[in-house]
Design a protein around this ligand. Structure first.
Ligand code: PA5
Length: 445
């Protein structure tokens, strides 16, 4: 199953809602979308620089990323990554999934909470802090505030410890880097934030966390090569893209990405941004949501099994789930688990096996409950497989969005709240207006 790539798509629980025949019937649509993407004739074509992962960075830039990450690792205890949305989610997804010490990277610029920043400062107290601030526009309010609040933590050696990732020429951050002489990297002009994980945006913090970025890139490049097939039956990424569009056409408007590994939580967050911002426009798109199983089987599980039937699920199953912990034998067997602990086959005593059974049992139960589901199966979670998985979702998202008729590379809707904030806060160039809460209505006790 994994001869060419350590990723496959399980589809049997999509039936009868989606069948191979229904997917194959969309072959022409796939070919057209693929052609528009690759010939750069689709909407938003100026932002397709991620399409060839091995062409995003040249050798010199790659070497500099690795050298800078190594230097920062030696000179600091913690890297504070300041950025929001596509400027941090990809890095965090990979770091949380793979790093031996994910706590060596802290995050700011993802919210405007005073409590969060106060706690973060307390946590970083006494530590040697390096900062990587990432913003393509350089004007996003959350990371800009966080940089003001946090930059003193690295100020004793700012020139060595503050690294900027910004647009090559424009923006406040580029200006800051130039004026202060900070080491800097470029957010490619032809790649939007949510597709930027394999550029310097993601790779510098990922390399700082000790993860092999070459393997990550290799996995993505191999996936890109295999995704050249427009036959959805031999290209799981295109199968996935078409399946979710078909389910949407049938009124299943919510997709729940369910993972059985807690350290994949941020992969799901990255995936939500990718599909949410890329497809959620012009009154269409599947609403992307996520769950962490088995935890959420004890909260959301009831709804998924028996609530409104307007959702489908995508599981991520990791075949080799890491350390071979076994369920221990216990003399009194008060919890009656010795039937697992005493199994003659050692594999079947492991947590990995029990977790896999939990996935199988859930997929079957939800299918019986009327929730079509598919599974992205990953042989083993390492940098190579994760690189491939990131690309798998990126290309599925791009092609799926083109088939939906939207521009999968813009995010005009994100501006609405920013414009309101600028007006209420009185940003120069905006007509100032008061907070709406003067007119708000409340129900009170
Ligand atoms: O995907 C995107 O383009 C967005 O999520 C941006 O990455 C996010 O809004 C942050 O923007 P910037 O990098 O300009 O600060």
């Amino acid at each position: 199953m994994f001869e060419k790539l350590p990723i496959a798509l399980r589809t049997d629980y999509l039936r009868p809602d989606v069948t191979d025949e229904m997917i194959s019937a969309r072959r022409e649509q796939i070919e057209l979308a693929d052609h528009l993407l690759r010939s750069r004739k689709c909407r938003g074509a100026a932002f397709t620089g991620w399409l060839h992962p091995d062409g995003i960075l040249n050798q010199e830039e790659l070497v500099r990323i690795v050298e800078t990450a190594d230097r920062l690792r030696q000179e600091s205890d913690v890297l504070l990554l300041i950025g929001i949305g596509g400027s941090y989610l990809g890095a965090r997804a990979v770091i949380e999934a793979l790093a031996d010490e994910p706590e060596r990277v802290a995050y700011a610029g993802t919210n405007i909470s005073a409590a969060y920043h106060a706690r973060l400062r307390a946590k970083l107290e006494g530590k040697r802090v390096a900062i990587n601030v990432v913003s393509k526009s350089g004007t996003t309010i959350e990371p800009a505030i966080a940089l003001r609040l946090m930059k003193d933590l690295a100020s004793y050696n700012a020139e060595r410890l503050i690294v900027v990732t910004a647009d090559a020429k424009k923006g406040a951050l580029r200006k800051l880097a130039d004026e202060e002489g900070y080491e800097s990297f470029v957010v490619p002009s032809d790649i939007g934030g949510r597709y930027s994980v394999l550029s310097a945006v993601g790779l510098l913090p990922i390399a700082y966390a000790g993860i092999d970025i070459n393997k990550l890139r290799e996995g993505a490049a191999r996936c890109a090569e295999l995704c050249r097939s427009t036959d959805p039956l031999s290209n799981p990424a295109y199968y996935y893209a078409v399946a979710r569009n078909l389910l949407l056409e049938q009124g299943l408007v919510i997709e729940l990405l369910a993972v059985f590994e807690p350290h994949l939580h941020y992969l799901a967050e990255w995936w939500k941004q990718l599909f949410g911002e890329s497809h959620g426009k012009e009154r269409t798109g599947v609403f992307p949501s996520s769950a962490l199983y088995t935890t959420d089987l004890h909260s959301l599980g009831q709804y998924v099994q028996e609530g409104r039937r307007d959702l489908f699920e995508t599981f991520i199953e990791i075949r080799d789930g890491g350390p071979a912990l076994v369920v221990p034998h216990q003399e009194d067997d008060a919890d009656q688990l010795n039937f697992i602990a005493d199994k003659p086959n050692e594999t079947e005593r492991t947590l990995n096996y029990v977790n896999r059974v939990a996935y199988e049992a859930t997929a079957l139960a939800h299918r019986h409950g009327g929730v079509p589901n598919m599974t992205v199966v990953v042989e083993k979670l390492d940098a190579y497989a994760l690189g491939a998985l990131l690309y798998f979702f990126e290309i599925a998202c791009a092609v799926g969005g083109i088939m939906l008729g939207v521009n999968p590379f813009d995010q005009p809707g994100v501006e609405a709240y920013k414009r309101n904030m600028s007006e209420i806060l009185g940003r120069p160039g905006y007509t100032q207006r008061p907070l709406e809460s003067g007119k708000a209505r409340y129900v009170t006790f």
